[in-house]
Design a protein around this ligand. Structure first.
Ligand code: BES
Ligand code: MN
Ligand code: MN
Length: 461
């Protein structure tokens, strides 16, 4: 194959400009105020696909945001790769903490990205990474060498739980049939230590409502005699972990896969500095489950976290009140052996059981997702691994990630196909945060590496 590097070198500016156009569309899936932009983004991608010469390009409407599809089927005897990605992004808030307009991308150098990074919402998660696949296809096409059949499915609801993608997959099994699924929506260890993601955590997400009195009360007239739902909620939340950092929800760890000593030893070989970790996020010390290292705590162990907690008076100055209600949004990251529905049920039962009679509890489940693991023996992993060796000059390490992409386990259930997670982002890229960015190096390296994946994968089959 003609070296993709040559193409990238000659087209640098255009490759950046085209990504910038995509990043300028505020395709925030969670906020209905942006529905028209989400639709516009789907059209933009469909136009890109058409101009690359993909066939059967179609925008599939759903009950939520549309799915964009396009394909290039070269030969029924060749293997078929389904590329999945998402064009929707997280809301940009808190907007004040951005140094630039989140939808007006700019390039700035950082310590970690001395060759520049693209600052914009979605730069890394997932527009920048998804777009690499279209550009890698462009390279293969311009070389006249498309080694596999390729199908692209880019959705617009990943950040809100992919709830309409599941029925779409279930009803388009024939259309989406493939030998492997290729996804760039995760990260790697660093720009000098490439890694391939072999696991994702699952997710169970609930919202709790604690109700005390039937109205807000004067905290002088009633204070001391009536339970304050915020005080009660704080105590209940605090009790969800014991002194060893273990989660106290009854049966929470039932069935949790015990990772072998060998795999833990292998994990421990991946470069990690506790000091740099602490410094990078400005903490005095780490916290977590006794008996596990920081990388283990964020990958092979389940967690429980409060994402937000509110109630009562939070405005200017002081108002003396015992609020009637208190709320919290709680997420639990799950590992193999745990099931999101079962965990949600266990949480609800436990949370109601620990509540005092002075309050009433209501729990609303939100979206969830199953965990996912794949093995390094997977032929697609091998093809990816060789591709990284070619472009980074060294082998990629297998790493389980702490994040979740619930649709990956559903692909396996519905299509019977494993996914290979070739992510090029870095943990420090601030996805979902203000000043999200994606390294220019990472963008180009991804575009360079992907064509080798296809080449290797086709050769194996
Ligand atoms: N791309 C991320 C997931 C991710 C990031 C996995 C980095 C591994 C490394 C995805 O867009 C995401 O944000 N997922 C959500 C869950 C989803 C249901 C909203 C998450 O992990 O919180
Ligand atoms: Mn993503
Ligand atoms: Mn995300």
């Amino acid at each position: 194959m003609t070296d993709p590097k040559t193409f990238i070198e000659a087209n640098k500016e255009r490759l950046l400009d085209e990504l910038f156009s995509l990043l300028r569309i505020p395709s925030i899936s969670a906020d209905p105020a942006y529905n028209a932009d989400v639709a516009k983004c789907a059209e933009h991608i469909a136009e890109q696909m058409k101009s690359l010469g993909l066939d059967a390009v179609e925008i599939f409407p759903t009950a939520g945001h549309p799915i964009v599809y396009g394909e290039c089927l070269v030969d029924p005897d060749l293997p078929t790769v389904l590329v999945y990605g998402h064009y929707d992004v997280q809301p940009a808030d808190p907007i004040d903490l951005w140094d630039n307009d989140p939808f007006e991308p700019i390039i700035k150098n950082t310590t970690i990205h001395p060759e520049g990074a693209i600052f914009a919402r979605g730069a890394c998660d997932d527009k920048g990474q998804m777009f690499m696949h279209l550009k890698a296809f462009e390279i293969m096409k311009s070389n006249g060498e498309i080694p596999c059949n390729i199908k692209f499915m880019i959705e617009g609801e990943e950040e809100v739980g992919s709830s309409n993608l599941e029925p779409f997959v279930a009803s388009h099994k024939e259309k989406l049939a493939c030998d492997t699924i290729l996804i760039s929506d995760t990260g790697m260890i660093s720009n000098t230590t490439p890694s391939i993601t072999t696991g994702l955590r699952g997710l169970s997400y609930v919202e709790v409502e604690v109700t005390g009195a039937n109205r807000d009360l004067h905290s002088g007239l009633y204070g001391g005699a009536v339970a304050n739902p915020l005080n009660v909620l704080a105590k209940m939340v605090a009790s969800l972990h014991d002194d060893n950092g273990q989660i106290t929800v009854e049966g929470f760890y039932d069935g949790v896969e015990i990772v072998s000593t060998e795999e833990r030893a292998l994990m421990a070989k991946a470069p990690f500095s506790q000091e740099e970790f602490k410094e990078s996020i400005g903490i005095g010390d780490v916290w977590g489950e006794e008996g596990y290292s920081t990388p283990e705590r964020t990958s092979i162990r389940p967690t429980l976290d409060v994402n937000g907690m509110w109630g009562g008076y939070t405005g200017e100055g002081a108002k003396t009140v015992i609020p009637s209600k208190a709320y919290a949004k709680i997420s639990m990251r799950l590992v193999p052996g745990q099931n999101p529905e079962a965990i949600t049920e266990k949480f609800i039962k436990h949370f109601k059981a620990i509540a005092p009679d002075s309050v009433a509890i209501n729990v609303t489940p939100h979206h969830g997702g199953l965990p996912y693991v794949t093995h390094t023996t997977n032929p697609a992993y091998q093809a990816a691994s060789k591709a990284y060796e070619k472009t980074f000059g060294k082998a990629a390490l297998p790493v389980r990630s702490g994040g979740s992409i619930p649709i990956v386990a559903l692909f396996e259930q519905q299509l019977g196909t494993k996914s290979i997670l070739m992510g090029f982002g870095l943990d420090s890229d601030a996805i979902h945060s203000p000043n999200e960015h994606y390294g220019v190096f990472n963008y180009f390296k991804g575009i360079e590496t992907i064509p080798y994946f296809y080449e290797n994968y086709a050769k194996q089959n």
